[in-house]
Write a protein of this length. Structure first.
Length: 167
């Protein structure tokens, strides 16, 4: 007999990819003293010249990101993160993750266009109560939505722990 709250096959476990949320008010942008991060008009938070990161001892951007998604290369001190493949987006193409997702689970588009696939998909799912966003440390949302069917998110505020980032 299991003592689990949600035993198989009705488990309440879910795995979500936590990537840069391209926050409405990204905390990494003002935190970087070298201006490496930029928020574009289309909402994408980009990464510029990371050679300046090598001389930055504190790496305040790492601490500022409430999701812990900024990576640090320990060999050269440079940072990196998802930038929605801006090189592809600028050419009118789809980011590699969405293009290569064989299940079609990753969608990309313009939320300002009500006819876009992302706007229509989120609108269709909003009535179900299964549309979720992670909240930034400043309480502002981002541009990434998670659609979870037949599951209820629990402890949404605890999906990311700063302790994981500092481990």
């Amino acid at each position: 007999m299991t003592t689990d709250k949600y035993p198989y096959p009705n488990s309440n476990t879910y795995t979500i990819p936590v990537l840069c949320q391209h926050c409405n008010e990204p905390e990494c942008v003002p935190a970087c003293p070298h201006g490496v991060f930029t928020k574009r008009e289309d909402g994408i938070v980009t990464v510029g010249d990371t050679t300046v990161c090598m001389s930055c001892d504190d790496k305040p951007c790492l601490k500022a990101c409430p999701f812990g998604v900024i990576d640090l290369d320990p060999t050269d001190g440079r940072i990196g993160k998802c930038d929605m493949c801006v090189d592809l987006v600028d050419k009118g193409e789809t980011p590699a993750c969405a293009f290569g997702c064989w299940t079609g689970s990753i969608l990309f588009g313009d939320f300002d266009d009500p006819d876009s696939v992302v706007s229509q998909t989120v609108a269709a799912w909003e009535e179900t109560g299964y549309v979720h966003q992670l909240k930034a440390g400043n309480g502002k949302g981002g541009s990434v939505y998670y659609l979870l069917s037949r599951k209820q998110w629990e402890n949404m505020d605890n999906l990311y722990s700063p302790a994981w980032h500092n481990a």
